[in-house]
Design a protein. Structure first.
Length: 171
């Protein structure tokens, strides 16, 4: 949804796009069902759907978990459709154990933890100059210019956008 808003702008165009494709879209209960049960390109090959909303690192994950050497990833990424997603951790105001929470955040930012992120979470580490595993360097697709919207714009419009998307796609 955010990618289409970032691509088409904040007028009616994103909702027109979703309205035009809604009969071809399957909305599942989560990523695991969409990727592993419905998507035809996943390593399970169970699904019948040729496209899934997922991550630009999927090619590396598919090669890593293939169980046999692959020279090419079995999945691809449509580069101009990727939305920049940042995952974060922080200490909440009023936390019962702020010192412990800070220690956890420090650990999450440590070189040791960050080095393990690519092959455990299949996302890029936040810590610059963290070496990437060979499979990630060869098969993942870093997005130099992903589609974006400011956090303030998302925060101010999220509820209305989700309602409009739901009304458009799931009606």
């Amino acid at each position: 949804m955010l990618a289409t808003i970032a691509h088409f702008g904040r007028g009616n165009a994103p909702w027109t796009y979703w309205s035009e494709i809604r009969h071809d879209v399957l909305v599942t209960n989560g990523w695991d069902e969409a990727y592993n049960a419905q998507f035809s390109g996943s390593s399970s090959h169970k699904g019948k759907r040729p496209i899934v909303v997922s991550y630009s690192s999927d090619p590396a994950a598919e090669v890593y978990f293939a169980g046999k050497p692959l020279s090419q990833a079995p999945v691809a990424v449509v580069r101009n459709t990727c939305f920049g997603q940042v995952e974060l951790a922080g200490v909440l105001r009023g936390a019962r154990n702020p010192a412990g929470a800070r220690k956890l955040v420090d650990f999450l930012l440590s070189q040791r933890f960050q080095a393990g992120i690519p092959l455990t979470m299949f996302v890029y580490p936040v810590r610059e100059k963290t070496p990437l595993p060979a499979v990630f360097r060869r098969f993942s697709l870093p997005m130099s210019s992903p589609l974006t919207l400011s956090p303030a714009t998302i925060g101010a419009n999220r509820d209305a956008w989700v309602k409009t998307w739901t009304d458009t796609v799931l009606r």
